[in-house]
Ligand binder design. Structure first.
Ligand SMILES: *[C@@H]1O[C@H](CO)[C@@H](O)[C@H](O)[C@H]1NC(C)=O
Ligand SMILES: *[C@@H]1O[C@H](CO)[C@@H](O)[C@H](O)[C@H]1NC(C)=O
Ligand SMILES: *[C@@H]1O[C@H](CO)[C@@H](O)[C@H](O)[C@H]1NC(C)=O
Ligand SMILES: *[C@@H]1O[C@H](CO)[C@@H](O)[C@H](O)[C@H]1NC(C)=O
Ligand SMILES: *[C@@H]1O[C@H](CO)[C@@H](O)[C@H](O)[C@H]1NC(C)=O
Ligand SMILES: *[C@@H]1O[C@H](CO)[C@@H](O)[C@H](O)[C@H]1NC(C)=O
Ligand SMILES: *[C@@H]1O[C@H](CO)[C@@H](O)[C@H](O)[C@H]1NC(C)=O
Ligand SMILES: *[C@@H]1O[C@H](CO)[C@@H](O)[C@H](O)[C@H]1NC(C)=O
Ligand SMILES: *[C@@H]1O[C@H](CO)[C@@H](O)[C@H](O)[C@H]1NC(C)=O
Ligand SMILES: *[C@@H]1O[C@H](CO)[C@@H](O)[C@H](O)[C@H]1NC(C)=O
Ligand SMILES: *[C@@H]1O[C@H](CO)[C@@H](O)[C@H](O)[C@H]1NC(C)=O
Ligand SMILES: *[C@@H]1O[C@H](CO)[C@@H](O)[C@H](O)[C@H]1NC(C)=O
Length: 854
């Protein structure tokens, strides 16, 4: 990552350094450094906004197409500022302090299309200022501090202009110069000026234009000549909001009659009740939407004969309290009437009768003060109405059915957010087409009446009963809603419908239900079969209840994609519960539960790591037990440290493996080297006894010397050694062939022999070195020798040097100390030999100084 960043930075800086070289042929390229204040996004896009610039930097690459210089303190543009920027298409200079423009500034900008200069100090423009940029499509000269007082001559010739903005200047007139023409103009903004009158000649420049928006807001138009809009082919939206004195309405009406104006906004113009009549002059207009919101129309009694083509009449927030019997007459084609946020208190009999037999489809009566709907014919005649919005009122009523008489086509009824609504069995009996019923926050207490008010609504698809204080429903309240797809029941108190002792199966008939919201109901229990008849349920929301335990098979057969169990008392989610729905599940919420982060949660925890299901809000999935996990996130819980299911963690397996290997090896070694072990044991024993003997604590030595020899040297031992030492001298020798007790293990015998002898005589010969038993005796004695010099070596005959060196220990020994050599020739030397040997063997001290003795 870091490397990538560094590469990127290096790459960028290279790019920046190299850029000027790419702009060969342009007068500014190559030599000048690039303005370092600016952000050169790429070679076509330079962003110098918010840099506190006082002048325009130079040295931009000629490839630049978009140059943003807005939000600075630039005062002047010079002849050179944009010199060479021949590719410039978009130039933003708004929010600066520029007061002068000259044509020479833009002499290279033939390709300029978008020039934004709003929020500067320009009040006048030289007539030729745009002579080099005649391709301009968007020109914004709004919000000039000094303000244009008239539309400048300089605009003449900008034949490609699509958007022209002169809002917030000091224009007195909307008039363009006589020879100007903008055949491509789509948007003209003249709002926030001081235009008082519109004259026939003003829009001659807009000949045959098809405007999408003509903004005349926030002016003070009082005078409109009838032909002012004639040159314009059509206006999709004409906005005079806050910009027209109501006395000019007849003039406006006349001016837009025979005109293709689609939408007229007259908001906040202080339109009074009496002014509505003035629209009658609109007779031949094609107006389709009239918005006269935020006015002062207390009584709607007037006729709208002039608005025969209007399909949408918006009278929001206009203090309307009363609607007379003739109101709306003439609105033959009306489809939408928005009367929301007015002061209407009662829907009286025949209030909308003028709209009967029209195509009215949507009626907004929301956000008003309605508290009562006439129980006879309040909405009479609105047989085409599809959508009736009565929400956010003060309705306090027990609906008996007549209130909605005549609404034969009604598909959506919104009675949400009202004061106190109760429903009699017939409440909706005339609403046989109803598909959506909102009764949210309507203070409906219980719906226990029989038959159910919903019985007639077999086509109902969506029902919102949320945020009521419902505590009880009859088991058959929803029995007829076999087509219901969405049910909102959150924020009620339905907990006693499904408690430990009582199960009211109120959802049993909702076989098409796809979305069910039961959050915030205080449920502790979700009974076994309560959800079992919902074969199409995709979203089940049970959040913010008090559920501590969900039965294993409660959701087994539901094709759930969304399951919300958040904020309950659940401490365990296990495989049995979730596995049946994992085939379909896409989103799961379980946050805000007091999870017990122990082995039982192991499956869930491991599942979290591998699942593709979206887990909502997992930063609030927190353990609450055991104590050492309390407050920790579930994702920080690692069950593999717990030895769950008596399964051992890996490293334990490794330890066990290593341990058993070691035992095996030990046993194997013990078997293989049992000999050596035995030897060691005996050796230790022998040493201990020898030590005791020396100290006189144990038996005295049986022998003066144990003779270790090869049986091939037996003859010499018998004839020479035994004869000389035992015969004359009375020394006792231990010879294995003679003194070993038959039947004992040979090793034991040897050990005992060495052990009970003061010395070991080693008859070293070529034979000896070959003999296995001798080797053992030798080693035994040599080992003993480590603390007692009890080994006496007698070299018998020639021993090849090579052979001795093979026995490292022996060799070392023989190198270190002298040894007795049996003279080959009989004579004096042999006598000497015996004298020496006898002396050694008779020595009282066991410790023998090597050099002294031999
Ligand atoms: C240059 O950057 C602008 C703004 O990020 C972007 O819209 C434009 O496509 C880029 N042009 C090139 C050639 O990369
Ligand atoms: C800018 O250009 C105009 C016309 O080409 C010229 O009259 C004027 O002197 C120039 N100003 C400067 C400062 O070069
Ligand atoms: C409406 O148009 C008809 C012809 O289509 C014309 O006779 C009538 O005078 C027009 N009404 C007004 C008020 O312009
Ligand atoms: C109403 O609009 C239709 C086109 O939608 C048009 O043919 C008709 O003439 C208009 N009616 C009036 C009175 O302008
Ligand atoms: C509405 O108009 C009535 C007179 O028709 C006037 O008394 C009242 O002050 C006006 N209210 C507002 C808010 O302009
Ligand atoms: C009345 O409801 C409509 C449709 O939802 C909405 O557009 C309008 O803003 C609402 N009126 C008010 C005053 O909120
Ligand atoms: C509602 O208005 C009717 C008269 O239109 C009246 O008879 C009825 O008592 C009123 N109901 C309430 C609850 O105010
Ligand atoms: C709500 O309406 C019902 C029946 O119309 C009535 O019994 C109850 O007193 C009303 N409650 C309030 C708070 O107005
Ligand atoms: C609604 O039902 C609950 C539980 O059955 C009951 O306690 C309450 O009194 C009922 N409320 C009304 C207004 O009938
Ligand atoms: C279950 O609800 C009924 C009312 O529907 C209530 O009488 C009963 O006490 C509740 N039982 C429990 C255990 O809460
Ligand atoms: C729910 O069903 C299971 C078996 O499906 C059963 O063991 C359990 O007792 C039932 N619980 C209740 C409250 O009926
Ligand atoms: C899941 O928990 C329930 C009780 O909470 C238990 O009956 C079931 O055996 C558990 N399943 C598994 C796989 O642990």
């Amino acid at each position: 990552m870091k490397f990538a960043m560094i590469y990127f930075v290096v790459f960028l800086s290279l790019g920046v350094v190299l850029l000027p070289q790419n702009t060969d042929g342009s007068p500014t390229s190559g030599t000048k450094p690039l303005p370092k204040e600016c952000n050169i996004v790429n070679d076509t896009f330079v962003d110098c906004r918010h840099k506190d610039l006082r002048t325009i930097p130079t040295g931009f690459p000629a490839t630049v197409e978009t140059l943003l210089l807005s939000y600075n303190s630039i005062r002047v543009i010079t002849n050179e500022s944009f010199h060479g920027l021949v590719n410039l298409v978009t130039l933003e200079l708004h929010h600066n302090s520029i007061s002068k423009l000259r044509s020479v500034f833009f002499k290279d900008q033939e390709k300029l299309r978008y020039l934004s200069l709003h929020h500067n100090q320009i009040g006048k423009l030289p007539n030729d200022v745009f002579e080099h940029v005649q391709g301009l499509e968007v020109l914004d000269l709004s919000y000039m501090n000094n303000g244009f007082t008239s539309l400048p001559v300089a605009l003449t010739g900008l034949l490609n202009l699509r958007v022209l903005d002169f809002s917030s200047n000091r224009l007195q007139s909307a008039g363009f110069t006589p020879d100007a023409t903008f055949p491509a103009l789509q948007e003209l903004h003249l709002g926030k000026n001081q235009i008082k009158s519109l004259q026939n000649a003003d829009f001659k420049a807009l000949l045959d234009c098809k405007l999408s928006f003509l903004d005349m807001t926030e002016n003070q138009v009082v005078d409109i000549e009838s032909g002012v809009f004639h040159p314009i082919a059509s206006v999709a939206e004409l906005d005079f909001s806050k910009g027209l004195d109501p006395v000019a309405i007849p003039a406006l009406s006349e001016a837009i009659s025979d005109q293709l104006v689609n939408t007229l906004y007259l908001k906040e113009i202080d339109l009074g009740t009496q002014d509505i009549d003035k629209f009658k002059d609109l007779r031949n207009s094609t107006l389709e939407k009239l918005d006269i919101s935020f006015n002062n129309i207390t009584t709607l009694n007037s006729e709208f004969w002039g608005l025969s083509n209007v399909t949408s009449l918006i009278i929001q927030s206009s203090l309307v309290t009363t609607i007379g019997a003739t109101a709306f007459s003439g609105l033959h084609l009306v489809e939408t009437v928005d009367l929301s946020s007015n002061q209407i208190a009662t829907v009286r009999d025949g209030m909308f009768s003028a709209l009967s037999n029209t195509n009215l489809k949507t009626l907004y009566l929301n956000n008003s003060k309605i508290n009562n709907i006439s129980a006879s014919d309040g909405f009479r005649g609105l047989s085409k109405l599809l959508y009736l919005k009565l929400s956010n009122n003060k309705i306090k009523q027990n609906f008996v059915g007549e209130e909605f008489k005549g609404l034969d086509s009604l598909e959506v009824l919104d009675l949400g957010v009202n004061t106190n609504i109760s429903l009699s069995p017939d409440a909706f009996r005339f609403l046989q087409s109803l598909q959506t019923l909102y009764l949210k926050l309507a203070n409906i207490k219980n719906i226990t009446v029989v038959p159910s008010p919903f019985d007639k609504l077999s086509g109902l698809k969506n029902l919102d009963l949320s945020n009521n204080n419902m505590a009880a429903l009859h088991v058959d309240t929803f029995s007829s809603l076999g087509n219901l797809g969405t049910m909102y029941l959150q924020h009620n108190n339905l907990y006693n419908m499904w408690n430990e002792t009582i199960h009211v199966p109120f959802l049993k008939s909702l076989r098409r239900l796809k979305y069910l919201n039961l959050c915030y109901n205080g449920f502790q229990n979700i009974p076994n079969n309560s959800l079992s008849n919902l074969p199409e349920l995709k979203a089940l929301l049970l959040c913010h209840n008090k559920i501590s335990h969900l039965q294993d098979n409660i959701i087994d057969d539901l094709p759930l994609t969304t399951l919300d169990l958040g904020h309950n008392q659940i401490n365990l989610i296990n495989q049995t519960l979730l596995e049946p729905v994992l085939g379909t599940l896409k989103a799961l919420t379980v946050s805000g539960n007091p999870f017990s982060c122990g082995c039982d949660l192991q499956w869930f925890r491991e599942w979290l790591d591998v699942t593709k299901v979206h887990i909502n809000d997992n930063s609030h999935m927190i353990c609450s037990s055991p104590p050492d996990m309390r407050g920790k996130l579930i994702i920080d819980f690692h069950p593999e440290t717990l030895n769950c299911d008596h399964r051992l963690p890996l490293y334990t397996w490794i330890l066990i493996g290593v341990g058993s290997c070691m035992v095996f090896v030990t046993v194997a070694l013990a078997v293989k080297f049992r000999f050596h072990i035995n030897y060691c044991f005996n050796l230790v024993n022998a040493r201990r006894r020898k030590y005791q003997r020396i100290k006189g604590e144990d038996l005295p030595f049986l022998y003066d010397a144990f003779v270790s020899f090869s049986h091939k040297d037996e003859e010499w031992v018998d004839n020479e050694l035994v004869r000389h030492l035992e015969g004359d001298s009375g020394l006792r020798l231990c010879l294995h062939k003679r003194d070993f007790i038959l039947g004992r293990k040979i090793l034991d015998s040897i050990i005992e022999a060495v052990d009970s002898s003061r010395f070991t005589l080693c008859i070293l010969s070529a034979n000896y070195l070959d003999s296995h038993w001798c080797k053992m005796e030798r080693e035994f004695a040599m080992a003993n020798l480590i603390d007692r010099d009890v080994l006496i070596i007698i070299a018998l005959g020639e021993i090849p040097e090579k052979k001795i060196t093979k026995y490292y220990k022996l060799h070392k020994l023989m190198m270190k100390r002298t040894y007795l050599t049996w003279p080959m020739e009989p004579g004096v030397q042999r006598n000497d030999f015996w004298v020496k040997l006898k002396t050694v063997l008779r020595a009282p001290e066991l410790r023998i100084n090597n050099n002294d003795v031999i």
